[in-house]
Design a protein around this ligand. Structure first.
Ligand code: FES
Length: 144
């Protein structure tokens, strides 16, 4: 285990995702409300998380009532879509929908109403390996 300087903070602007190699290990570095590092190998089948889409958490208490939490970020693996919390590497999903949300649709007089059944997010079976990242003297340092 050691500490490795990845580069100056300015090399990793806010919102960036960067694949870096440390000791022969591929790491995905995210700059999203702080720095976070995950192994750049999805625990499902090895997809590159650094090439995934990053988005803020969305939850819903009911139809049309969404709570967007931009401070909590998830990355969606580009290969099969499993989603991981960039801070912890934990995957999350909705067990009642098996990751694919189902909608009930009904047509009523005056228009169509879309109803969704909100489900609770629960931890998924996969956890991406995560690493501690620090900023020291304007340099990004990862502990591997
Ligand atoms: S390899 Fe990442 S979801 Fe399958």
């Amino acid at each position: 285990m050691g500490r490795f300087v990845l580069g100056p903070v300015t090399a990793f602007p806010p919102g960036s995702r960067t694949r870096v190699e440390v000791e022969g290990r591929a790491i995905a570095l995210f700059h999203e409300n702080g720095f976070f590092a995950l192994r750049d190998q999805c625990p499902h089948m090895g997809g590159p998380l650094s090439a995934g889409t990053v988005w803020g958490a969305v939850s819903a208490d009911g139809p049309g009532c969404y709570d967007y939490r931009p401070e909590r970020k998830f990355v969606r693996c580009p290969w099969h879509g499993w989603e991981y919390d960039v801070a912890t590497g934990q995957s999350w999903y909705k067990p009642d929908t098996d990751r694919v949300k189902a909608y009930q649709v009904s047509v009523e007089t005056g228009g169509a109403i879309l109803e969704s059944e909100p489900g609770e997010l629960v931890p998924g079976p996969y956890v991406a390996e995560s690493y501690k990242v620090m900023v020291e003297n304007e340099y990004v340092v990862v502990e591997v």
